[in-house]
Write a protein of this length. Structure first.
Length: 419
């Protein structure tokens, strides 16, 4: 059973009771991420996430790690474009300890200058790691150009110059404006009782500030076109994409099906055509990203530099085919069955249930049940999928980024056109 409660200070609590398990996953989700930063402070949300593990008024960084490690628990966090999440998974008997530790991190960070200086080095190494991971880097480069000039286009990690500029005053200012009750969603799944969790949260988060500063971030506008970056790599990494749908769009389920048919599985058109039939790439796939007010459908392939033009041409043919002709009934049913099966399988752990609770609250303001989702997927028709393809795959909409040894790669922006 799922229970939702909103406290007087604006903090939202959601619990899902799973009485047949022994674990509990507890997450505190912040409804702010890298898109809510100013350009000069790019990376501050991610940096604050790091610093919250460096110690509080009551605990050192080692105390934090040992307190959860000593009960066999897992403690972690991440920062995304529109949220940040801090979560812990423990046996149900250790929930009170987990809540106390997590609340301490979120409410009483030390922001010690020595720790800030050390963590700047860590984050700079993290940025270098992306630079040395070409399949990550090509997506980062694609995003920066695709949403150029918009906060969604900026890297979550920031860039070296903005990370170097962060200091205790900047971090505290961001923290005080952002880590407030109205921006926090607490989600808990496992062998729990809602009333007991409410009591723990009420006590642990009693000191959370109520009011924070406003944030403004307008709707993103995609920038089609071609970006080529030379880098000494064994492969060329290619990322293509078009604007997609926001989280709450009425056609999102048809778009999920379209993505599965295009490149979402091993049986998809791109995988079968580019890898299995022609052997042009080892990795080839498509995917979706969705935010409050925008999204993208992207396609990735890693191939030899001599194959870049052919791979791009094959992708464009598939996009046009999907736009101009309905998919097969067998493709529709296979894609829907895949979506339904993967959804159910993905929700078998307390951590995945906890994440689902939080994400649905953040993006929808209510819980969309698994049964409702399965019914929505089942209602998708051949006509729905083609309508979405016609909407997304329009002339002048495609963007592409190529990363690798591009000397001799004769790819032109005109090849991204859909007629």
């Amino acid at each position: 059973m799922i229970v939702r409660e909103q406290f007087d200070n604006g903090l939202r609590l959601l619990t899902e009771s799973m009485p047949d398990v022994r674990s509990v996953s507890f997450g505190a989700w912040l409804t702010r991420g890298s898109r809510h930063e100013s350009a000069p402070q790019s990376g501050v949300a991610h940096f604050v996430e790091h610093m919250l593990f460096k110690g509080t008024a009551r605990r050192t960084a080692q105390d934090i790690a040992q307190e959860i490690d000593s009960v066999g628990g897992q403690l972690d966090a991440f920062t995304a474009k529109e949220c940040a999440s801090y979560y812990v998974k423990v046996l149900d008997e250790h929930l009170s300890r987990a809540v106390d530790v997590l609340a301490d991190l979120l409410l009483h960070p030390a922001f010690a200058p020595d720790d800030i200086e050390k963590e700047q080095k860590v984050v700079l190494e993290e940025i270098k790691m992306v630079e040395d991971t070409p399949d990550d880097l090509v997506h980062e480069l694609f995003t920066q150009r695709f949403w150029s000039g918009h906060p969604l286009g900026r890297p979550i990690l920031g860039v070296p110059s903005t990370v170097d500029a962060l200091d205790a005053d900047v971090l505290r200012d961001y923290f005080c404006r952002t880590y407030t009750a109205g921006n926090v969603v607490v989600a808990v799944a496992g062998n729990v009782d809602h009333a007991a969790v409410r009591d723990l949260v009420t006590e642990a988060f009693a000191d959370i500030p109520v009011h924070g500063g406003p944030t403004v971030s307008g709707e993103p506008t995609a920038q089609p076109g071609l970006l080529v970056r030379d880098k000494a790599l064994e492969q060329c990494h290619v990322c293509l994409g078009v604007s997609g749908y926001p989280q709450r769009h009425d056609d999102r389920y048809a778009c999920y099906v379209l993505n599965i048919v295009l490149g979402g599985t091993m049986s998809s058109r791109l995988f079968q055509n580019i890898r299995e039939k022609r052997g042009l790439a080892y990795a080839v796939s498509s995917g979706l990203v969705s935010y409050h007010d925008g999204g993208a459908l992207t396609i990735y392939a890693g191939c030899d530099s001599d194959a870049v033009v052919e791979v791009v041409d094959l992708v464009m043919v598939e996009l046009q085919e999907l736009r101009d002709r309905p998919i097969l009934s067998s493709e529709l049913e296979r894609a829907k069955d895949h979506l339904k099966g993967s959804l159910v399988l993905s929700l078998e752990s307390t951590s995945s249930r906890m994440s689902q609770l939080a994400r649905q609250e953040i993006y929808f303001g209510h819980q969309v049940t698994v049964d409702d989702t399965l019914r929505s997927v089942e209602r998708v028709t051949l006509e729905d999928v083609q309508r979405v393809a016609r909407d997304l795959f329009q002339p002048g909409r495609v963007a592409a980024t190529v990363l690798g040894r591009v000397d001799g790669v004769d790819l032109r922006e005109s090849q991204l056109g859909l007629v």
